[in-house]
Ligand binder design. Structure first.
Ligand code: GLU
Ligand code: ZN
Length: 315
């Protein structure tokens, strides 16, 4: 099965009403890297006369930090990055995710899995497959039954197991990234059947992001390049669930001095928004990173004026 998204269906065009979003996880304050994603997606929406929504991805509750969502909102406001509709929170959307999972269950493409990371590592080792560090393990299909069937709702919610989606053979996804050009990923070879609901009951990022983007009518997704390798999975879920695939544009990452992506794990420092001057300095750094040149550089400019100039410069 080969899915070439552009041929499969017509993704909605800006004329249908551009709807973009920024979807931070509240695992810490904004840092230079997340500001690049915020600013890039904001500029893209403004340039296209679209809406820009804020969605707090607080699904992985053990990793969320109390108050981080408030802090992120005040940092965005200090940078003049205003959103157009009330912010939404993934923790309040459990029903949607459950419904989507039930839909996939009806399609007979779910199965339960009790493998631990160690079991998967061992199985891959037996198969002579080595996973490079920093790369996800390809699930070898250990728990996949020969015959897929649907399950009862209580089976899905009560069983202490993860639920994976069963991929069809040769599931290759091709899509056009608006920044990076044609992308393609063979999900069987590079990912394997992936998890939609964890054994602790939490819905995964892959499922939640697809359901929320569809529910919120998102037409354009501009986000960090670290998420590029998730996109094919998300497009596959969109086709299963009958959703329209949005346009994707992956933005350059900010790396630290060791060449690692800035993240809360690498203890990236939060952006400084204590006053206008500092906020503007942060925005300027982010703009340079996004490749925007020729922007006004004096001190005597307001954030709103600077953002307007940046919107004109955005392509
Ligand atoms: N919540 C994700 C993150 O902070 C971003 C999800 C997305 O933009 O698709 O990395
Ligand atoms: Zn398993």
């Amino acid at each position: 099965m080969i899915l070439a998204v552009s041929k499969l269906k017509n993704p909605s065009s800006p004329a249908d009403g551009y709807r973009g979003r920024f979807a931070p996880s509240p695992t810490g304050p904004l840092h230079a890297g997340s500001l690049v994603a915020a600013l890039g997606s904001w500029l893209d929406a403004r340039k296209n006369g679209g809406k820009w929504l804020l969605r707090i991805e607080d699904l992985d509750t053990p990793r969320c930090i109390l108050g981080a969502d408030q802090l992120i909102q005040s940092q965005l406001l200090a940078c003049g990055l205003f959103w157009d509709e009330a912010p939404t929170f993934q923790s309040k959307h459990q029903d949607r995710y459950q419904k989507a999972l039930e839909r996939l269950n009806e399609l007979k493409c779910l199965y339960s899995c009790t493998c631990s990371r160690q079991t998967i590592t061992n199985t891959l080792a037996e198969l002579g497959i080595q996973t490079p560090r920093n790369q996800e393990m390809v699930y070898p299909g250990t728990c996949r039954p020969s015959q897929l069937e649907s399950h009862t709702s209580s089976e899905i919610s009560d069983l202490k197991a993860a639920w994976r989606v069963a991929l069809p053979p040769n599931c290759q996804i091709d899509f056009e990234d608006l920044a990076l050009g044609t992308q393609s990923q063979n999900l069987n070879q590079q990912v394997g059947d992936f998890i939609l609901r964890r054994s602790d009951g939490l819905f995964t990022y892959q499922l939640a992001v697809v359901v929320d983007d569809a529910e919120q009518g998102i037409t354009h997704i501009a986000r960090g390049e670290d998420l590029l390798s998730n996109t094919a999975r998300q497009i596959y879920l969109q086709t299963l669930l009958g959703y329209t695939t949005p346009h994707y544009k992956h933005l350059p990452l900010v790396l630290d001095e060791h060449g690692e992506k800035l993240s809360k794990q690498t203890l990236a420092t939060q952006i400084n928004t204590q006053d206008q001057t500092h906020s503007l300095a942060e925005l300027r750094k982010a703009a340079t990173h996004l490749g925007l040149g020729g922007l006004p550089d004096g001190e005597r400019i307001t954030i709103a004026e600077w953002l307007l100039a940046a919107t004109h410069a955005w392509s």
